[in-house]
Design a protein around this ligand. Structure first.
Ligand code: NAI
Length: 208
């Protein structure tokens, strides 16, 4: 099933709802109201109801949402109900941390291919994944991998993105501080911690 015209902001909140529902499940909560979810996630109940209404009628008035059922539905909407393999390019400080992080599994993401251009890293096996030469990125076509993660220096980010797109990648998580140019069919999400940090001091109280 495809969902059209769903605001990006709604899609952005769906994994948060999923995380909230998983927390409820861990605490043995079977049904949760939008008010309870709201307290957990700091998102207004009206916003939660509006977001979920895009996908049909979830929940029972007076009872709330069946946590297991809604979690399953959100996984389906996000297309993370089946495992998604991802290719990581750049096994430096950040790439190594990402490869070692166990928390992606809960959202169906598995880094199953790693590429670098450092001869000292190529051929090594890290977390059961063999580091391959970045010049072999085209082999992704045969591996049914549609997601790519870029953790190379900014100067290399565009050429890596071009090679990923050529290899059939349709979604890129970009950590490099660089605005990538890709065809419309490819979705890029850039995460730049420096940009987030740069606006945090703005909220500090004025110094006396
Ligand atoms: P790093 O220098 O430790 O690692 C970069 C890796 O990329 C190295 O293994 C290097 O051999 C490899 N590499 C370089 N050129 C390549 C190419 N053309 N093809 C394939 N591999 C190549 O750097 P670090 O600290 O891991 O940062 C990686 C990127 O992430 C940088 O662009 C950095 O600015 C960014 N970064 C972003 C953060 C964020 O919050 N978004 C936080 C930290 C870093």
């Amino acid at each position: 099933m495809r969902y059209h015209k769903i605001p990006d902001e709604t899609v952005r909140r769906l994994p948060m709802y999923l995380r909230g529902l998983l927390l409820c499940r861990e605490q043995g909560v079977r049904d949760v109201s939008s008010r309870k979810l709201s307290e957990l996630l700091h998102i207004s109940p009206a916003q939660i109801r509006k977001d979920l209404s895009y996908f049909g009628a979830f929940g029972t008035p007076g009872v709330g949402y069946d946590t297991a059922k809604l979690a399953k539905q959100i996984r389906g909407i996000l297309k993370i109900d089946t495992p998604n393999k991802a290719a990581l390019v750049g096994l430096g400080n950040l790439g190594s941390a990402l490869l070692k992080y166990p928390g992606f599994g809960a959202y169906g993401l598995q880094i199953s291919a790693v590429f670098d251009n450092d001869p000292g890293k190529i051929g090594k096996i890290v977390k059961k994944v063999k580091v391959e030469d970045v010049s072999k990125l085209s082999t992704l076509k045969n591996k049914n991998i549609k997601l790519g993660i870029i953790a190379v220096p900014a100067s290399a980010a565009q050429s890596v993105a071009d090679a990923l797109v050529k290899a059939g990648i349709r979604g890129i998580l970009n950590f490099a501080p660089f605005y990538l140019d890709v065809p419309k069919k490819v979705k890029v999400i850039t995460i730049d911690i420096a940009m987030v940090l740069a606006r945090l001091p703005y909220y500090l109280p004025a110094s006396a």
